[in-house]
Write a protein that binds this ligand. Structure first.
Ligand SMILES: C[S@@+](CC[C@H](N)C(=O)[O-])C[C@H]1O[C@@H](n2cnc3c(N)ncnc32)[C@H](O)[C@@H]1O
Length: 185
């Protein structure tokens, strides 16, 4: 009897959390027009690390880092640089902490906040996988904050008012994550 009530209450709590998460995601994507949590394909993350070189003194930010797969792929190839994820959603934040639990925080860490409020002036590289209108909103922040020479690497989405230094086509098994736009600031 006790266990029947226990599992009934537990499934109620899990369903409620699921509904809250779905409502929050709909509110953020449909009303606030923010990019939802759709991770880059793993193929994309692996190939990113074959095309981009991160020096040992590099500081790499992923704005809206999700579970951290882009940063992790780079860390696995260039382990001496510093990797910083910024994420405002709870679920991907928890996934990031779980997937990267064995990597020392001095190398790879995450901050739970709105990336528009993050000071990214120490970056040498910035990764994004967002939406075109969010890229355009970020442009003035990048122009103000980034040091000359900083590279911004955007998966799939380009700025409408800045020319890329390079476009890298990837060979992935999905329709997403097929192109990297590389910009120099
Ligand atoms: C399309 S996902 C990309 C995740 C990861 N970069 C990847 O490539 O796998 C976009 C992520 O950005 C986060 N995000 C969107 N707007 C944000 C904001 N203003 N501040 C922090 N995170 C944000 C979302 O919660 C989501 O996890």
């Amino acid at each position: 009897m006790f266990w029947s009530y226990f599992f009934l209450i537990l499934s109620g709590v899990i369903s409620l959390l699921g509904i809250i998460y779905i409502l929050q995601t709909l509110w953020r994507t449909l009303l606030k027009k923010e990019a939802p949590y759709i991770p880059s394909p793993l193929d994309t993350a692996q190939q990113l690390a074959q095309h981009i070189i991160i020096p040992a003194k590099g500081v790499v930010y992923d704005l809206g880092c999700g579970d951290g797969r882009l940063l992790r792929a780079l860390y696995n190839t260039f382990p001496h640089a510093t990797y910083r994820g910024i994420e405002h959603e709870l679920a991907p934040y928890v996934l990031f902490r779980w997937h990267n639990r064995n990597i020392p925080k001095e190398y790879l860490s995450i901050k739970r906040e709105d990336f528009f409020k993050t000071n990214i002036s120490s970056a040498t590289h910035v990764l994004t996988y967002l939406f075109p209108h969010i890229m355009d909103k970020l442009l003035s922040k990048f122009e103000k904050e980034l040091k000359p020479g900083t590279l911004v690497i955007s998966v799939d989405f380009a700025f409408s008012k800045k020319q890329p230094k390079e476009i890298i086509n990837l060979e992935t098994h999905t329709t997403r994550g097929k192109r990297l736009y590389v910009y120099e600031f």
